[in-house]
Design a protein around this ligand. Structure first.
Ligand code: PLP
Length: 410
């Protein structure tokens, strides 16, 4: 069956989730920790004036996470923050006392002994965890779902991880990693929460705040406040962390948040539509979307509470939307920056472009309230994390925008 756009919207209940764990105070702490890394630099926030004008919105900002610590994706922010929180807890210390140079010291290694961190990943999160473990001389084991590409696997192995692709989907991989952690005394660092496993995913979400906080400061330099934020989601940890942060700093002027998922793995869309508030709806099966980072079928419990309170719209979109976004960002209009964005990174720009341009999506544009007064923020959460696939999509035109071609011809 051909995938198509679908939207569902929430009224956002009166009884809202607390944002204390995602507010500016926490974000400053997280950013300070990441700022202690020698490789740290804020990733750029581009103002795409040409594209904004072309699409008919007031402003369009894009944060480019391909520059994050040389790892080509934002994900390391979460894994590395969880690692320092775990170590702080073990040593009865504060994160403030464990900046990078202390964390990697021989003294800390001796105090800790050998630790093995384990995780399941589509690629980016596992690479971040493996990198963080490697930096502090510890071990990591990483499990990847079937359909994971060799390039992503090799990038994780380069960080000294024991990494393998298993014959199961992402959510099954998570359960397998959890079982292995219990059997071997390893520490599971997973970027999603479920009942009884909430502390580490909370820290991971807090780690993502560095990205949101940077964007907030960068937007302030332009004296801009977004009216619309588009966030791509797998389990929804990233989307909820960013939503929570912006809801807390812009409480008086809440931006309209739209969560974007691949149609083949749209568990948050399904939960918003059918979940009746608290209940989560799972998507099962292969979830063979090109947006590997978003191929997750089970929402993050703590993330959902935030999205339920503060995200307005949930969009389920075809794979061709991501390919479209990659091509736009890689081939900018005059004066705009060229951005190398991967499948999971580019989907939100693909959405903004198609919703603004396609007559058949006019109803979504109206529902979201996108118009010439809109100031839009998107995050390209990854670069070309699979370079071969990137070329197939951008050079060879895989996953063409069939709908658009057909309405253009009319
Ligand atoms: C590049 C990229 N973007 C977005 C996400 C979505 O994050 P989450 O699973 O927290 O929704 C992921 C997840 O792995 C990712 O790799």
């Amino acid at each position: 069956m051909k995938e198509k756009y679908e939207i569902t919207s929430l009224e956002n209940s009166e009884n809202k989730a607390s944002l204390r764990f995602l507010d500016e105070h926490v974000a400053k702490k997280t950013a300070k920790y990441h700022g202690s890394f020698p490789a740290y630099e804020p990733t750029p926030l581009h103002r795409l004036k040409g594209l904004a004008k072309y699409l008919g919105v007031k402003d369009l900002y894009l944060k480019d996470e391909s520059f994050r610590f040389g790892l080509n994706a934002f994900k390391v922010l979460g894994g590395s923050y969880a690692v320092v929180k775990i170590i702080a807890q073990r040593l009865d210390m504060e994160v403030e006392d464990l900046p990078f140079e202390v964390l990697v010291s021989k003294e800390i290694k001796e105090k800790l002994g050998e630790i093995t961190f384990v995780t399941a990943t589509d690629g980016n999160h596992g690479r971040g965890v493996a990198w963080a473990a490697n930096q502090i001389g510890q071990n990591s084991v990483v499990y990847m779902p079937e359909n994971s590409t060799q390039e992503r696997l090799e990038n994780i192995r380069k960080e000294n991880a024991k990494a393998d692709i298993l014959p199961m989907n992402y959510d099954e991989c998570v359960r397998y990693a959890n079982k292995m952690a219990e059997e071997n005394g390893w520490i599971m660092i997973q970027d999603t929460a479920w009942e009884g496993y909430e502390a580490i995913p909370t820290w991971i979400m807090q780690g993502y705040l560095t990205m949101a906080y940077e964007a907030y400061l960068q937007l302030s330099l332009h004296q801009s406040v977004p009216t619309h934020i588009f966030l791509q989601a797998g389990v929804g940890s990233m989307a909820s962390a960013v939503t929570g942060f912006f809801a807390s700093v812009y409480m008086q002027n809440l931006p309209v948040v739209t969560v974007v998922e691949p149609a083949k793995a749209n568990c948050l869309y399904q939960t918003a539509k059918y979940g009746k508030g608290e209940d989560l709806v799972f998507v099962t099966g292969e979830m063979d979307t090109i947006m590997a980072g978003l191929a997750c079928g089970e929402p993050c419990t703590i993330g959902w509470n935030v999205l339920h309170s503060y995200a307005r719209h949930f969009l389920s979109v075809p794979d061709s939307t991501a390919a479209h976004g990659m091509r736009i960002l890689g081939n900018p209009l005059k004066g705009d920056e060229r951005i190398i964005s991967g499948e999971s990174g580019a989907v939100t720009i693909g959405v903004v472009s198609q919703v603004m341009e396609r007559p058949d999506l006019q109803y979504i544009k109206e529902r979201i309230g996108l118009n010439s007064d809109s100031v839009v923020l998107c995050i390209s959460t990854e670069g070309n994390t699979d370079a071969l696939r990137y070329r197939e999509l951008v050079w060879d035109g895989l996953y063409p925008n069939e709908e658009e071609l057909s309405w253009n011809k009319k």
